[in-house]
Design a binder for this molecule. Sequence first.
Ligand code: SF4
Length: 281
Amino acid sequence: MSKKIFLCSICNINSGTCLEDCKFCSQSVRYRADIERYKQKDMELIKQEAINARDNGALGFCLVTADKGLNDKTLAFVSAVAKEVQSVAPELRLIACNGTATVEQLLTLKEAGIKAYNHNLETSKSFYANICTTHSWEERYETCQNVNEAGLVLIAGGIFGLGETQEDRVSMLESLASLNPTSVPINFYHHNEALELAPNPLEVDEALALIKLTREKLANAERIMVAGGRELMFGKRQSEIFEVGANSIVIGNYLTTSGRAMSKDLQMLQNLSLDVATEVK
Ligand code: SF4
């Protein structure tokens, strides 16, 4: 496992238009959450965000679309964005996160310059029906298998604090381990009042223990990334995530919520004498 910290920035290139019913997600149109919604982010804005992310130390740049999965139109848009971003920030490692995908679609993304694909299992197989009824956990697992088959780097994780039991958490981590992901993003549920789910019940010490457990259960993963909900979950104790196994974070804004300024994260790493990764497997 690399001790350098991999920084990743996410870019929501299509926002808030999803018809699925994932109960933790403010991007579903069903819950009418007060978020920004658009079909395609302006290409110039995406390129500016990419340059800004690179200039702040990000190595990963993730192109996210809010939908159940890829279709021809989304595939063409993500591919076009990938090519444009490479033209202005070739140093960035491009990641796509576009929901369920076939091997053929993933190969098209690979051709366009995408190096890795993020698709999360979200929670355990048995708890999944409690948080989503419009698609199955098995479909998610299959997409992760497709990523491996397509020869893209697999980034697969989940979200804690949805009301799942500890048994569910262990089960999800074991399922993730069976997919052998290179990077494991773990998210902590960020409650939005428009959503039906109860607020995240986790305490900071419990959340830190879950990062440690993720590190242990996914011993072969190159990176354990703390993604959405970091600031809200850990507050002033954010630096402790690196002591329990995290070696990657998302910097800047999240999909529908604001993160803190990238400079604050860089300062935190400097204070901890942690180096930022400048290359990756
Ligand atoms: S499929 Fe993705 S974007 Fe759509 S509601 Fe579920 S988590 Fe949100």
